[in-house]
Each structure stands twice: as structure tokens, then as C-alpha cells.
Ligand binder design. Structure first.
Ligand SMILES: Cc1cc2nc3c(=O)[nH]c(=O)nc-3n(C[C@H](O)[C@H](O)[C@H](O)COP(=O)(O)OP(=O)(O)OC[C@H]3O[C@@H](n4cnc5c(N)ncnc54)[C@H](O)[C@@H]3O)c2cc1C
Length: 593
């Protein structure tokens, strides 16, 4: 349990203490145990079989899947009474992170444990839970989730699949086609969305083998070659009315709330892949000799390693902070509430903004790391016998599924502003306070605390003021038409993401310093300093771009002057900090934190 129960998006208007957030350094013995089990399984069982999995060799992926089930690695989110482990969200994050480094297998594992199983955990009836959950948690059965159609991807509610109640009222007859469905070739249960009477978007549970449900051929994909992705075809599929998931017309509650979880989990999985890329990069760079030296000794390679590491550190800090927030919120629910899908979904929805941040931040850090992994391997990075090429291809999907990064970038400011209007976050009051304060504000009058990360803590506060200034102005300028100003929304989303990541890194490192002292936290301090040094100038530049579009003339000049004051920053010796981080990775031959 962390100490303060934060509201979603509240980080923008509060100044949390390090002790208030969860960090990987807070893992319990149980957390470490499950981490070691999951990591060992990926290293000893999945990695040696990566090529066979990608070649879809008969029985390999499914055999390993069954073994993952035996180890309890499929049931962290399934309550114990239904055959799962019923663990906390931190444990799920840990397991998901480990599988994030398992290539194609991550697709099978992620879709099964997340979108394939959670709709039943949350919204299934007692009979559904009794019938399906133990089988899904043990790996005896595999789950799939069918939302996307050819005409409705991002715009999921525009689905055309139809459900019509039979004359005797006992069945719904489903017709339609779902595309790009992960696990479709293997699944025993399909959560399918269709519209009852053409307009009531509804979730249905359909078992494989039900007449009329068939799957198309395997899709040929850029990456994730070992995962199954197919079209699911529904032709007069008779689904008993008992198999409606939750309520007719409330499918969107299932679909969107489960996606919140999917987004946080995707952030967690991305960490595993990013760390895998860092580990592969440093191990290769240390043994690859050019110009009579290991390439790991070249400054440009070292800077790449440091950059990958500090970005991953920030994303990791953000994702585990979110996991702690989810656990804290879950802890406020009674045993009865924990069986109520609406209440569970509401608890998670509180952090919809942070879940979207985890998704976009994680997937983009992963992409960055995999790209640099290829580069560090040079020509070998482009050759399929070396794993970098696979990492590069496999990572790409993460910016597309679980809501594309564009859709999530719209959701972040859209949700924050909606909550501000509802009075759930005091954004408008805080934005007005910043606007007033700016008139008098002078960076010369600011006392930066003389302590490790004193400057960076100050920068995070200023970053928040910049976000409030931009969001306040955008809301005032465009009102409800802001949703049409996508470039502004994306700029606001990026600003908010930068803040959550930067603050999470600062708070985490401060917490580490409080425990072990600044001397033993040199690497984390350097990584945090480097992250702020990289992020703040970009945030300022982005702010200029948004302001220049929103204001003109004297007002623009005033706003730009305000921005300059808030973003005033004495740069640190970033090359020095980069070398500290690179040294640590080189010495440990892996992601060091
Ligand atoms: C390998 C794989 C596995 C998948 N697994 C599943 C699964 O198990 N179940 C499932 O239901 N689906 C699954 N999907 C589908 C996936 O979730 C969708 O592909 C994704 O949501 C995007 O939808 P789309 O492909 O129709 O793209 P579109 O929605 O057509 O988007 C195309 C581009 O336009 C952008 N765009 C769309 N709308 C807007 C907007 N309003 N503003 C700005 N930009 C916009 C998008 O960001 C994107 O860049 C999978 C896809 C793949 C490739």
C-alpha cells in the first residue's frame, strides 16, 4: 500500500511525496519470487524456442503456454476461488513485464490473460466464472477478444456485426466478421461484440466449435510471427442468451474498461522488451571489436546505451507507480465490490489517463530501444539470425493495438479536460492560479533546493505549470471545439506524458536516495537528470509551437515570455551523466536498475 490515494490525473495539480508512490524497489518477497519464476521461464523455456515459436512449429507455443499455466503465470488476475492466483496489480505488472521479452509469445500471453480473460473475471456471471475461469487460468483453454472489424478499428463502436434474438427468446443469432483477432486459431473462448437490433452494442461469450463460428487463414505479419492472428467469421451463430456478457447494450463498458487494463499492461510488457534490447545491445557491444576496440568503448555507442536506459528507467518508474495506484484503489473495494464488474471497472477507469500514458510511453520507449538495438549491431542487426531484427519487427505492433497511440493521445487531454469540467480534478483553478502567478513570476526569485535532484524537482513543478498554462489556454480558446484541434491535443498529451514520466523518475530516485543514500544511487540520479535534461527543452519547444498557433500579436509575446520564464533551466553536464549511466550498464552487462 502506498500512502495517499490519488485521483486519476491528479498528479498534474499536486506535489506528491516520494513515499506516496510505489516503485520497483518496494517489491515484497512474493513479488520477487513471481518475478524470478516469470523471468526464468522466459529465459529458460521461451528464449531457446524463439525460432520454433516464430516458425509456428506444431505444439511448441501451446506446450509452453500450458507450462506457463502450470507455473501460475496465466492466472495472476483470476481470483483464487476460480482457480487463479488473485494477486495484486504489481504482481501482474511484473509477470507482464517478463513476458514482454518473449517475442511472439507475448502476443499469446497478453491477449489471453488480458483482453481474453478479464471480461469474464469482471463482467461474467457466476456461472461463466465457474465454467471458464479455472480453465483459462490453468492454460487448458485459450481466450480471444473480438472487437475490430474491417470497417471499424479505432472507431470500434461503428461495428456492423449483428445479434438478433431468436423467436423463442433462447438464443441470439450472430452474423458478422471480426478481423485481426489474436489467438483466433487456438482459442476456446471468444468474447465477441455485436449490435443487438442494430444499435445495442453487446458482449457475447462464444465457445470454439459453436456451429457457424469459423476462422480465416493466418495473417502474414511484419512481426509477432509466432502468434495467431485471424479473421473470425460469424454465420448464424446461435449463442444462448445466458452467454450475453454483462447486459445487452452495455458492451462498450466491457470493451473500453478492459482496454484500460490492456493499456497499462502493454506499458508493462514494453518494459520487458526495452530491457531485452538494452541487454542484447550491451552484450553485443562489449564483444564486437572494431578499430581494435570493443564498440562498447565508443562514446556514440555509450550515449545510445545511456539514452535507452534512462528512457526505460522513466517508463518503468511511471508504469510501477501506476500499478501501485491501481492496487491502492482496489484496496478500497470491499470483497463484494471486487466481484462487481461495474465497481472494478470504475476503480480502473479512475486511472484511464495514466493507463493511456503507460501505453504510449511504454510502446514508444520500446520502439526507440529496438531501433537503437538494430543500430548497435550494425549490419548484423539487419540479419534475421540475430535477435535485434526480431525485436524491431515484434515491437512495432505495440503502437497500433490496444487503441493506436494517436487515439490514446486524444484520450489523454480529452479525459483530463472532461474531468476538470466535472470538478473531479481542479485543473481550471490551478490553470487560473498559474495565469495570475505568471504576471509576477520571476525565475530569479526561485530558490532551488541544494540537494540531489533539487533542480529536477523544481523542473517538474515548472513543467506542470507549463501544462496548466497550455491546457487552460486551449480550453478557453476552443471550448468544446478543442476535440477538432488534434495537433493541440497531441501536444498537450505529450506534455502530460513527459510530466508523469519525469515526476515518476524523480520521486522514485528520491525514494531510493532516502533509503540507500545519494552515493549508492548515482546511476539512478544520473538517469533522472538526463531524462529531465532531454525532456524539458522539447517540452518548451512544443509549448512554443502550441502558443504560436493559439495566440497572435501582443498576447502571443506575453505568453511566450511566460513560457520562457517557466522553462528557464541551467543545463547540467549531460555528457557526464550519460557516461555514468553507460558505465553502469557496461559493468553489469544489463539494464542496471
Ligand atoms: C497483429 C494484430 C493483432 C490484433 N489483435 C486484435 C485482437 O485480438 N482483437 C481485436 O479486436 N483487435 C485486434 N487488432 C486490431 C487493432 O486493435 C486495430 O488494428 C487497431 O485498433 C487500429 O484499427 P485499424 O487497424 O482499423 O486502424 P484505423 O482505425 O483505420 O487507423 C488508421 C490510422 O488512422 C489513425 N486514426 C484513426 N482514427 C483517428 C482519429 N480519430 N484521429 C486521428 N487519427 C486517427 C490511427 O491512429 C491510425 O494511425 C489487432 C491488430 C493487429 C495488427
Amino acid at each position: 500500500m502506498t500512502k495517499k490515494l490519488f485521483a486519476g490525473a491528479e498528479f498534474l495539480v499536486t506535489d506528491p511525496n516520494p513515499a506516496d508512490i510505489f516503485t520497483p524497489e518496494d517489491f515484497t518477497e512474493e513479488h520477487r519470487l513471481i518475478r524470478d519464476t516469470a523471468r526464468d521461464f522466459v529465459k529458460d523455456d521461451i528464449e531457446p524456442n524463439a525460432e520454433r515459436i516464430d516458425a509456428k512449429e506444431e505444439g511448441v507455443a501451446l506446450g509452453l503456454f500450458a507450462k506457463a499455466g502450470e507455473l501460475g503465470l496465466l492466472g495472476t488476475d483470476v481470483p483464487e476461488e476460480y482457480g487463479g492466483l488473485g494477486l495484486d496489480k504489481v504482481s501482474t505488472t511484473i509477470v507482464t513485464e517478463a513476458f514482454g521479452n518473449s517475442g511472439s509469445f507475448a502476443g499469446l500471453h497478453g491477449a489471453h490473460t488480458g483482453i481474453g480473460t478479464l471480461p469474464i473475471v469482471w463482467f461474467g456471471t457466476e456461472a461463466h466464472k465457474q465454467k471458464y475461469l479455472a480453465k483459462l487460468a490453468s492454460g487448458e483453454w485459450i481466450g480471444a477478444y473480438c472487437l475490430t472489424e474491417s470497417g471499424s478499428g479505432s472507431d470500434a463502436l461503428a461495428a456492423k456485426a449483428k445479434a438478433v434474438l431468436s423467436a423463442d427468446g433462447k438464443h441470439y443469432i450472430l452474423n458478422g466478421e471480426k478481423i485481426f483477432i489474436t489467438n483466433a486459431g487456438w482459442a476456446n473462448t471468444f468474447v465477441v461484440y455485436a449490435k443487438v437490433d442494430g444499435d445495442k452494442f453487446t458482449g457475447f461469450l462464444i465457445e470454439a466449435g459453436t456451429p457457424g463460428l469459423t476462422t480465416g487463414r493466418e495473417e502474414h505479419k511484419l512481426g509477432m510471427h509466432g502468434s495467431s492472428t485471424r479473421t473470425v467469421i460469424l454465420e448464424d451463430v446461435k449463442v444462448p442468451v445466458e452467454n450475453v456478457l454483462y447486459e445487452v447494450g452495455k458492451g462498450h463498458k466491457i470493451a473500453f474498461n478492459v482496454l484500460n487494463i490492456g493499456r497499462w499492461k502493454l506499458g508493462a510488457g514494453s518494459l520487458g522488451g526495452a530491457k531485452g534490447a538494452i541487454n542484447g545491445s550491451i552484450q553485443y557491444a562489449k564483444q564486437r571489436i572494431q578499430f581494435d576496440r570493443p564498440i562498447a568503448s565508443f562514446g556514440m555507442i555509450r550515449a545510445k546505451i545511456a539514452d535507452m536506459t534512462m528512457r526505460t528507467y522513466a517508463a518503468e518508474s511511471a508504469v510501477y507507480r501506476l500499478a501501485g495506484m491501481l492496487d491502492d484503489r482496489m484496496a478500497t473495494l470491499s470483497a463484494q465490490d471486487k466481484k462487481n464488474g461495474e465497481k472494478l471497472a470504475k476503480a480502473v477507469e479512475e486511472y484511464a489517463v495514466e493507463c493511456s500514458i503507460a501505453k504510449v510511453l511504454g510502446s514508444e520507449v520500446l520502439s526507440y530501444c529496438c531501433d537503437e538495438y538494430v543500430q548497435i549491431l550494425g549490419g548484423y542487426g539487419y540479419i534475421t539470425e540475430y535477435p535485434a531484427e526480431r525485436y524491431y519487427r515484434d515491437s512495432r505492433i505495440n503502437r497500433i493495438w490496444e487503441g493506436t497511440n494517436e487515439i490514446n493521445r486524444m484520450l489523454i487531454p480529452g479525459t483530463i479536460l472532461r474531468r476538470a469540467m466535472e470538478g473531479r480534478v481542479n485543473l481550471l483553478g490551478a490553470a487560473q492560479a498559474v495565469a495570475k502567478e505568471l504576471i509576477e513570476f520571476s525565475p530569479m526569485g526561485v530558490q532551488i533546493p541544494d540537494e540531489p535532484l533539487g533542480l529536477q524537482g523544481h523542473c517538474v513543478k515548472m513543467m506542470k505549470k507549463i501544462a496548466l498554462m497550455l491546457a487552460g489556454l486551449a480550453a478557453q480558446k476552443y471550448g468544446p471545439k478543442l476535440s477538432e484541434e488534434q495537433e493541440i491535443l497531441a501536444g498537450l498529451a505529450d506534455t502530460v506524458m513527459d510530466i508523469f514520466a519525469a515526476e515518476s523518475a524523480v520521486l522514485r530516485t528520491r525514494k531510493i536516495i532516502a533509503t540507500v543514500g545519494a552515493d549508492k544511487a548515482k546511476g539512478q540520479i544520473a538517469a533522472t537528470e538526463l531524462f529531465i535534461d532531454t525532456t524539458l527543452p522539447i517540452l518548451e519547444q512544443r509549448g512554443k509551437r502550441l502558443l504560436t498557433h493559439m495566440e497572435k500579436g501582443d498576447m502571443l509575446r506575453t505568453q511566450l515570455a511566460g513560457l520562457r520564464k517557466l522553462a528557464k533551466y541551467q543545463p547540467i553536464d549531460a555528457i557526464d551523466r550519460s557516461r555514468i549511466v553507460a558505465d553502469l550498464v557496461t559493468e553489469r552487462e544489463c539494464y542496471p536498475f
